[in-house]
Write a protein that binds this ligand. Structure first.
Ligand SMILES: [Zn+2]
Length: 183
């Protein structure tokens, strides 16, 4: 009788894996874990490089001065606000205060939440699709002290497990589709 690769994993580790998978399917974001869905090593490498490159480009693209108030943008929050709203953090605070006074804030915030939810669901959809299409899922644990390097972890999944996973993934995708339609 062939040995199931899953048997090589300790029960505790196995439980952790299943718990993790469950939280992914439910749409929770497990802490400090990044799911990567590349099929093979070559793809993964170039994918990693592209990710890193686009991260660097994003940083480089933030202007030194806020286009609205002309103050220097140096705070972490400035960077975030600039990417989302095209101006600095202080300008965003001001814009939201103005909307509150004009009574348009509620409506704007509602729209924003809706858009965020939609974007989140789309991301989740992609994650699940990638996860489903993997032959042997690989996970990257971001647990090195430098907070940057990752440890690679490979799962061995039996054919039977894969069927269960596919079913869970398909159900989750159906749910997400419904949620998106009802937004
Ligand atoms: Zn500004």
């Amino acid at each position: 009788m062939g040995r199931n690769p899953v048997d090589d994993v300790s029960p505790k580790e196995r439980e952790r894996q299943l718990k993790y998978l469950d939280s992914v399917i439910k749409g929770e974001t497990p802490e400090k874990r990044v799911m990567v869905g590349y099929e093979n090593k070559t793809d993964k490498k170039s994918g990693d490089q592209i990710d890193k490159l686009s991260e660097i480009m994003k940083e480089a693209r933030m202007p030194w001065f806020c286009p609205e108030c002309k103050k220097t943008m140096k705070k972490r929050l400035d960077d975030k606000m600039w990417r989302i709203y095209g101006h600095c953090f202080d300008c965003q605070i001001e814009a939201e205060n103005k909307m509150r006074i004009e009574g348009t804030y509620e409506e704007w915030a509602k729209g924003k939440v809706k858009n965020n939810t939609k974007a989140y669901l789309s991301d989740l959809e992609e994650d699940i699709k990638r996860f489903r299409n993997q032959k042997s899922p690989e996970f990257f644990n971001q647990n090195r002290p430098d907070g940057y390097s990752v440890d690679k972890e490979k799962w061995n999944i039996s054919k039977k497990d894969k069927e269960v996973i596919n079913k869970l993934a398909d159900d989750a995708l159906k749910d997400i589709k419904k949620m998106k339609e009802n937004l």
